[in-house]
Design a protein around this ligand. Structure first.
Ligand code: NAG
Ligand code: NAG
Ligand code: NAG
Ligand code: NAG
Ligand code: NAG
Ligand code: NAG
Ligand code: NAG
Ligand code: NAG
Length: 671
């Protein structure tokens, strides 16, 4: 890496004629940045997506000061990622990739705007950056929205009412203005519904809330938008997922803003950083996209769930306070700290001669930010789509900053080099300002570098002392669910994979169990994946082999109800339905069973237990080596059962169906 400013150059057009002096040393290609021919598109910002699903689950329970530090690295302007956009899932009580997120309306006559952690996260983001853009998007819907059908468009007025009530609640209870709302993540859209959503928003006085459609591919939404003038009127943004930096002709023809409304989703090491650097520039250069949103914001879910660590940073250990500011945070900063939504791209953006790309943006008031990336193919592949081959090699580049910028005499310089041997990585380092002479400067570019050259002087590499060391999940863990923290309705570390488990104050039959954890989803949701028929919440360490899991349980549904405790549970997230492990069930009909699967297909043992609904019982499950035994209320119920199935996995609690049930005094001792 080296920088040289070359003076004595007359700026504008016939640049090439002036080059011979330099060309002799193989000095590389020239690039002219100018806004006199008009500006490019308006920039809408870089964002992170929390949810889709449950990706911030573990973050909310981080101890201070670490939780504040993580939020600062994500949202605080001029500190870290300084994100312009926070997109969140509108919880739908169903599995949405790494867990379920609670709905604000579990039932038709129910409204609660304090469930889960997305409200809290939006407030924290807004506190740090009052102008952050907020977006909501559903993955799933509570069952009542579809009136029993696994489909949200049969009763489009109900769906629109449900979504708009979330936006109204955001304002009413949290003073949050939602800026954009989406349709149904990566699933079908329905033109009639989109129009009705617009109408419902307008009737609620929410004309300012814009619509993104439809968080899937460029087609067929662009096709229909072009041919249906009413649809064209109500859609503000065409949002596509994982576009591979390219758009579609029809999408361009709509004249709408084009966004990569979900992108990245790559393990957050140096290759993840390279992927992010490449697409942040090239989504505009190749695909005219003016916003890119990373799934996910922060990897705050058990790493063995699907897409572990596919977040801009990692915060998956609330029990230790440990977190890692991964390189995608600093790659984000290269753009976010030196631009804002409302700035415009220059038309003069493009590819570098020997690979890589450059973009330039202006605020229209004299500020200029140039971002250059030279990511090599191997070091910048995202998880999807496949990356066509290209080569990048070291090169010299001379930039001519013309037109209104020709008087600039210096630019601030921020530099990263992703070094894949990890021996010499540089992340978001401020270098000496670059002096321009008559608007020209040259860079000696190596591969896998990012440069920001800017008039903005407020860049900062935020810093907190190292957080505590990484620790495994405690092997002796207890929760009596009495330490209720009202704003966050789920118990720490429990990660719901089907159903929703909430703190509950048992006033109808408390006995000594006043504060409990209750499964509250009573109808199968409109699902985003094929959810199990059962509900399950996992906890602990995926590498646990031996464990004793104990929990007080209370079945609420007579005759047909049932609950379980489990160990060695080997799957969560979208494949949760196929989870295996060792499941100890008791049912309201007075029987019990032991199965190796959540779906209860493979029964190892069954018999009578005497358990009844609406009574508290204590279940204990011991799993050691290849043997397991179960106790009820402290007495052996079944013993020394030879087990098959997974060798290791999480502990879990759950219910037989979508039914109310309570849990108390959970504990696990594991190794
Ligand atoms: C899309 O971007 C390309 C490259 O920057 C540009 O030439 C083209 O005019 C843009 N098209 C539209 C419709 O914005
Ligand atoms: C650039 O941006 C800064 C900070 O937003 C602002 O104060 C300044 O007036 C802008 N214009 C120039 C030419 O620096
Ligand atoms: C890129 O990766 C491929 C496959 O892993 C490998 O064969 C090739 O040598 C790599 N190329 C470079 C330039 O590192
Ligand atoms: C870039 O320019 C420097 C200085 O003129 C020269 O030494 C170097 O070989 C050039 N690099 C390339 C890749 O052309
Ligand atoms: C490490 O990077 C610096 C520049 O940031 C460079 O001067 C130095 O030679 C590099 N060292 C190695 C071992 O690559
Ligand atoms: C699980 O335990 C293993 C072995 O102690 C440890 O390396 C790992 O970090 C732990 N993971 C979690 C999520 O606690
Ligand atoms: C179980 O929890 C209740 C309160 O929820 C508490 O009163 C009781 O002592 C606990 N029992 C045990 C054995 O921890
Ligand atoms: C699990 O328990 C079995 C039987 O007691 C024992 O042989 C094995 O070493 C234990 N494994 C671990 C990881 O503690």
């Amino acid at each position: 890496m080296a920088i040289a400013a070359w003076g004595d150059r007359v700026s504008p057009a016939p640049v090439l004629l002036l080059l011979p002096l330099l060309v002799s040393s193989g000095s590389g290609a020239d690039y002219v940045l100018d806004s006199r021919g008009g500006l490019g598109r308006e920039f809408d910002g870089i964002g992170g997506l929390s949810g889709g699903g449950a990706t911030s689950r573990l973050l909310v329970n981080y101890p201070e000061p670490y939780r504040t530090q993580i939020l600062d690295y994500l949202f605080k302007p001029g500190f870290g990622a300084s994100l312009h956009i926070l997109k969140v899932e509108i919880g739908g009580d169903a599995q949405s990739t790494d867990g379920t997120e609670p709905s604000h309306m579990h039932y038709e006559d129910d409204e609660n705007f304090f469930r889960g952690y997305e409200w809290w996260l939006m407030r924290e983001a807004k506190k740090r950056n009052p102008s952050i853009t907020l977006i909501g998007l559903p993955w799933a819907f509570p069952g009542w929205v579809g009136q029993g059908e696994n489909w949200p468009y049969d009763f489009p007025d109900v769906t629109a009412y449900y979504v708009v009530s979330w936006i109204i609640g955001a304002k009413q209870y949290h003073d949050l203005d939602i800026d954009y709302v989406g349709i149904w993540n990566e699933r079908s859209f329905d033109s009639k519904y989109i129009k009705l959503l617009r109408l419902t928003l307008d009737k609620a006085g929410l004309e300012r809330v814009k619509i993104v459609a439809c968080d899937n591919l460029w087609q067929p939404i662009s096709y229909y938008t072009l041919r249906d003038s009413e649809l064209h009127r109500v859609i503000d943004v065409i949002g596509a997922h994982y576009p591979g930096t390219f758009t579609a002709t029809d999408a361009l023809k709509t004249g709408k803003k084009l966004w990569a409304s979900e992108d990245y989703s790559t393990f957050n090491d140096e290759v993840g950083g390279g992927c992010w650097a490449r697409i942040l520039n090239q989504n505009y250069v190749n695909g005219n996209m003016t916003s890119t949103i990373a799934w996910n914001l922060v990897a705050s879910y058990y790493e063995e769930l699907p897409f572990g660590r596919n977040g801009l940073m990692t915060a998956q250990e609330p029990w230790s306070g440990h977190y890692t500011v991964e390189c995608p945070i600093w790659i984000t900063a290269h753009t976010t700290q030196f631009t804002q939504p409302g700035w415009h791209y220059l038309q003069t953006v493009g590819h570098l001669e020997k690979g890589g790309s450059y973009v330039a943006l202006t605020d229209g008031k004299g500020n200029l930010t140039i971002i250059i990336e030279t990511m090599s193919h191997n070091h910048s592949a995202c998880i999807r789509p496949p990356l066509p081959s290209f080569t990048v090699s070291p090169q010299n580049a001379t930039f001519y900053v013309n037109g209104p910028f020709s008087q600039l005499s210096a630019l601030q310089v921020w530099y990263s080099k992703l070094d894949f041997k990890r021996s010499n990585m540089t992340l978001f380092k401020q270098l000496a300002p670059l002096q321009l002479k008559k608007g020209a400067f040259s860079l000696e570019l190596d591969t896998d570098e990012v440069y920001t050259l800017t008039t903005i002087t407020t860049g900062q590499k935020g810093f907190y002392p190292d957080p505590p060391k990484s620790q495994p999940f405690p092997s002796h863990y207890k929760d009596d669910f009495d330490a209720r923290n009202p704003p966050f309705s789920e118990a720490p570390n429990f990660a719901d994979q089907s159903g929703v488990y909430e703190y509950f104050t048992n006033t109808f039959d408390p006995g000594e169990h006043v504060f409990t954890l209750r499964q509250v989803v009573t109808q199968r949701p409109i699902t985003w994946v094929i959810d199990p028929e059962q509900t399950i919440s996992i906890i602990g360490n995926y590498s646990w082999t031996n464990m004793t899991v104990t929990c007080d349980i209370y079945i609420e549904t007579p005759e047909t109800g049932g609950v379980f405790v489990a160990g060695r549970v080997d799957k969560g997230g979208s494949p949760a339905r196929g989870a295996k492990g060792l499941f100890f069930w008791v049912f309201a009909d007075g029987t019990y069973s032991v199965t190796i699967d959540l779906l209860r297909k493979v029964v190892l043992k069954k018999g009578l237990s005497g358990v009844r609904a609406r009574e508290w019982h204590t279940l204990t499950l011991h799993i050691y080596g290849h043997l397991a035994s179960g106790m009820l209320n402290g007495y052996p119920l079944w013993k020394d059962l030879n087990i098959e199935g997974p060798h290791n996995g999480w502990a879990a609690i759950g219910t037989k169906s979508f039914e109310l049930a309570q849990f108390d005094n959970f504990s696990v001792d594991a190794s």
